[in-house]
Design a protein around this ligand. Structure first.
Ligand SMILES: Cc1cc2nc3c(=O)[nH]c(=O)nc-3n(C[C@H](O)[C@H](O)[C@H](O)COP(=O)(O)O)c2cc1C
Length: 161
């Protein structure tokens, strides 16, 4: 089961569309679940909220994760961090995970590798491929995406590459 997690304060964002596209191109089928973190609302500000627990259960039962954020101030969003902070160290139990960030320019193209990946690894994600950064203006037809897919597919569970 492929699950997409999107941490954008704006619901139904380009970041979400890009994450669903990446998951679909990567695996050949659309993701079974999309957790749009903004839908979890104020429950993210404490511990033990039932909606957050349900979203966490979906994430921890995934076989593959795409975790996506827009770039805000050179890093991923605070909203996504609120959700990731809900997981214990190692809780993802080595689920293959592909970090994705969208940005307005290429100035912060290392942000997913340098800022998002370490947090995911701390909560137990296995991030086998280089993290992906796409321009918000060009995520659909991006040559960067095609080149990344060639590499990332080699790291799919059951490895086809
Ligand atoms: C508060 C804020 C901070 C931003 N900071 C950056 C930044 O540091 N670097 C960058 O490339 N884009 C930055 N952007 C642009 C967003 O990353 C870009 O618009 C976003 O990826 C678009 O995705 P969306 O349509 O899914 O919201 C910022 C946008 C906002 C609203």
């Amino acid at each position: 089961m492929t699950v997409v997690v999107v941490g954008n304060p704006k619901p139904l964002s380009r970041t979400r569309a890009a994450a669903e596209l990446v998951a679909t191109k990567l695996t050949g089928t659309p993701p079974e679940h999309v957790v749009d973190v903004v839908d979890l609302g104020a429950g993210l500000l404490g511990w033990g909220d039932p909606k957050v627990a349900e979203a966490k259960a979906i994430v921890t039962s995934a076989d593959l994760l795409v975790v996506a954020s827009p770039t805000f101030k050179a890093t991923y969003t605070g909203l996504l961090k609120l959700f990731l902070d809900q997981f214990g160290a190692g809780e993802l139990n080595q689920i293959p995970t592909f970090p994705l960030m969208l940005g307005g320019s290429l100035a912060h193209s290392l942000a997913p590798e340098l800022t998002l990946r370490p947090v995911l690894v701390e909560i137990g994600a296995s991030c086998p491929a280089p993290s992906l950064y796409l321009l918000d203006s060009d995520y659909e037809g991006s040559a960067t995406l095609d080149a990344w897919l060639d590499v990332a597919r080699r790291h799919l569970p059951g490895g086809s590459g």
